[in-house]
Design a protein. Structure first.
Lengths: 346, 239
């Protein structure tokens, strides 16, 4: 009874023959090697400030870890769910302000200020995300988050009593030591930032492997088809946006005591767009892309000491070149042979 | 299983569905036919929650589900496929099916039954291949397999045979019949009258948004106004 079926299957197998076989296996092995090397490199980078401990290297390492956290978290909403969220720096700044204000006005510690900050960030993201995803989505979501980011920045710049206005807030607290790590020191803050990055990468990876993450990818691929398979598209997009925004706010909360200063400048739209740039350069939707993108985007200008004035020009050029010649980002250079990740149904 | 009550819809000034009434009983295998622009796909979109009807009600298993979003209907056991090859092109087949299996209908088909159907569709050996790399016939089968994996009891297939070879069409027909035997209620839309007529036990004909005939396939196609509607649009003998 399955004669015809077998014929069909054989015909299809013949068609597919050239793609199968040894060559693709070798590329798969190569790919996992590259991924392994990438993780090794990341590990070395994270260890470098400890082995070679000049103040500058530790400072740069902390900054890179926080920026990479932004990129990793934005990747959840932009890379997995395919939604252009342009308020990431605003949530970063929001986290820094909210935590600082809780500590100053409500007698909280750094640690106890984190849960309410996270809850507020999630509520804000849901409040902005739901209407923009439910009724419009797509380009409107990008525009609405962009406008919302600017709104947050203007609120921060104008609520003098709460935020100190355009001059910002001086912060003079350090997280209470945990496990004997003194967060009052530059190195302690580096540990904290690296920990936040590691945690966000683990969260991103867990999401990627979960049914929720698969549904996000399905939405990125085809929303209508996803809905027809029972996925609540709006709820998934809002959830991804909220998770990403909460992680950004947590990175911001760490940024506050790290530099000892928060100002509305932290929330500027160009910073939100740079995070998008990091993803584009590194490779949207990939695991290593956000890290590579951050190294190129934040690390390179810092190391080359390019004047701040020209930074955006150089980065703009990098984005244009990437989009033109490596549209899948630097991580994609090594092969999007495995298009949606390593767990191909095994 | 499914009951439509006075469904009307318009796009701007154009009435695409006019007062459509019909019911589908459990385990029926129905063909929905009609010339181009008759409103078949719009009716599908109304039933599956992608289009909100201008007037009328949709009842699914005794429940008024008019205006329910598509994803909620899936949980009530309704699934559909789309015209053309609509799958998650960048995912492997296993992943496509895993996405579909995540939100199972409340009284979903038993896993064993589902696996039998998937076996019948013969997709196993391509499980780790990327969906877009499959030949078009298999992509079509994958679309159906995904809809089934939601655990659907009522399956709406939108032009499943369009663009398939004779051989692929036969596999498809056999799979649809088997599904129906297992207990899935099926409504098929297709331009290919031979395909539909050889498959279904009841045909519903739409023309210009109106339901013009409903009955056994050969009786329906013998009706003069059905023939007229088809000659006005396209030829009965078209394949």
């Amino acid at each position: 009874m399955t004669g015809k079926v077998d014929d069909l299957g054989r015909a299809a197998a013949v068609v597919r023959e050239p793609v199968r076989g040894g060559a693709s296996q070798k590329i798969l092995t190569l790919f996992s090697l590259v991924q392994f090397a990438g993780l090794l490199l990341l590990g070395l980078l994270l260890l470098a400030p400890l082995l070679y401990g000049s103040r500058y290297v530790v400072y740069l390492g902390t900054l890179l870890a926080l920026q990479a956290t932004l990129a990793v978290s934005l990747n959840i909403v932009m890379g997995y769910a395919g939604q252009f969220a342009l308020a990431h720096a605003a949530f970063y700044g929001f986290g820094a302000y909210a935590s600082a204000i809780f500590i100053r006005d409500y007698d909280m510690t750094f640690w106890s200020s984190l849960p309410p900050t996270a809850c507020l960030a999630a509520a804000l993201a849901a409040a902005v995300g739901y209407p923009s995803m439910r009724f419009t989505g797509g380009i409107h979501f990008a525009l609405i988050t962009f406008a919302f980011g600017e709104l947050l920045r203007l609120v921060a710049a104008n609520l003098h009593g709460l935020t100190g206005g355009p001059q910002g807030m001086q912060l003079s607290y350090a997280p209470v030591p945990v496990l004997g790590i003194d967060f009052g020191s530059a190195r302690g803050m580096y540990y904290l930032a690296a920990g936040v990055l590691a945690l966000s990468m683990i969260i991103a990876k867990l999401i990627r492997r979960s049914g929720f993450g698969r549904s996000l990818l399905a939405i990125r691929e085809d929303e209508v088809l996803a809905a027809s398979l029972g996925i609540d598209v709006t709820a998934h997009k809002v959830a991804a946006f909220s998770i990403a925004s909460v992680i950004a706010a947590m990175a911001g909360a760490v940024y506050g005591p790290f530099v000892g200063f928060v100002s509305p400048e932290m929330m500027s739209a160009s910073d939100s767009i740079s995070v998008v740039g990091m993803l584009i350069v590194g490779g949207i939707g990939t695991t290593s892309g956000p890290i590579i993108g951050t190294l190129v985007f934040v690390g390179l200008p810092e190391l080359l000491r390019v004047a701040k004035l020209y930074r955006l020009v150089v980065l703009g050029l990098i984005i244009v070149v990437t989009v033109l010649f490596v549209p899948k980002g630097l991580a994609g250079l090594f092969g999007r042979m495995i298009p949606t990740g390593p767990q191909r149904g095994r | 299983m499914l009951r439509l009550e006075g469904i009307s819809h318009r796009f701007g000034g154009l009435e695409v569905l006019r007062n459509i009434d019909f019911s589908v009983s459990e385990r029926e295998l129905i063909g929905l036919i009609g010339p181009n622009g008759a409103g078949k796909t719009t009716l599908f979109n109304v039933i599956t929650g992608f289009v909100h009807p201008f007037a009328g009600k949709v009842h699914l298993r005794g429940k008024d589900v008019t205006g329910y979003p598509a994803h909620r209907l899936v949980r009530l056991g309704l699934a559909r496929t789309f015209q053309g090859a609509r799958v998650f092109a960048n995912m492997s087949i296993a992943e496509c099916l895993a996405v579909a299996r995540r939100k199972r209908a409340a009284d979903a088909m038993r896993v064993a039954e589902l696996d039998e159907i998937l076996g019948l569709l013969d997709l196993e050996k391509y499980m780790s291949d990327q969906a877009s790399s499959l030949p078009s016939g298999l992509i079509r089968l994958l679309g159906i397999a995904m809809a089934l994996s939601t655990g659907a009891r009522l399956l709406l297939l939108d032009e499943p045979a369009a663009g398939l070879s004779a051989e692929e069409t036969e596999v498809l027909q056999r799979s649809i019949r088997r599904l129906n035997q297992i207990g899935v209620t099926i409504v098929v839309v297709d331009h290919n009258l031979q395909f539909v007529m050889g498959l279904v036990s009841r045909a519903i004909v739409l023309d210009a948004g109106r339901l013009i005939a409903d009955g056994p396939p050969h009786a329906v196609t013998a009706e003069p106004h059905v023939i007229e509607a088809y000659i006005g649009g396209s030829d009965l003998a078209e394949d």
